[in-house]
Design a protein around this ligand. Structure first.
Ligand code: NI
Length: 182
């Protein structure tokens, strides 16, 4: 996984040509991406984080495979944010590219995103809360944007190991789920 400082993390990704999607090379790339996310224990992973410049990310925001199970992983190809709520909420976010830090990031509470799935079918997902947060985090990766760029203040960037010391002192954090995520 590309770590903070790698130029790839700052480079805007390019759209995937639709005819490329059903090729074995691209399908294998998706399988590798899924495997990497699972191995790293993330809830999301974007292509630039594995040194690939295509507009693809994964996010565990799909329907649960079984009752009380984990959300299924959705593959987003060429995603477009088509709607965002004006209401925002701040919460602490981690990132697999710099797991040492947590950043308090304001995100839209609800979003609608259009994308292609791995069979190149057009899809639309409406997400709220944590799922909306994960999608916005991964979407940002495709534009070379990181959580540290979204912090309202540099004081909202902390060592993950110190989060318990920081949070009680911040009234703002009252409304926050301490949810390390990628
Ligand atoms: Ni990340």
């Amino acid at each position: 996984v590309a770590k903070l400082g790698q130029p790839m993390l700052r480079k805007p990704a390019r759209p995937v040509p639709i005819e490329e999607i059903d090729r074995p090379e691209f399908q294998l790339f998706l399988d590798d991406l899924l495997e990497t996310m699972s191995a790293e224990g993330g809830v999301g992973l974007a292509a630039p984080q594995v040194f690939d410049d295509r507009r693809v990310f994964l996010a565990a925001v799909g329907p649960e495979a079984e009752p009380d199970g984990n959300p299924s992983v959705v593959i987003f190809i060429n995603p477009v944010l088509v709607e965002t709520s004006s209401a925002k909420r701040s919460a602490w976010e981690g990132c697999l590219s710099f797991i040492e830090l947590l950043v308090l990031v304001p995100r839209h509470r609800r979003i609608v995103v259009d994308f292609l799935d791995r069979e190149a079918r057009p899809c639309r997902i409406e997400a709220a809360g944590f799922a909306a947060r994960v999608v916005q985090h991964e979407y940002d990766h495709l534009d070379g944007v990181l959580t540290i760029d979204r912090a309202a203040s540099t004081r909202d960037i902390v060592k993950a190991s110190e989060i318990d010391s920081v949070e009680p002192k911040r009234p703002k954090a009252r409304d926050v789920d301490a949810t390390p995520s990628d």
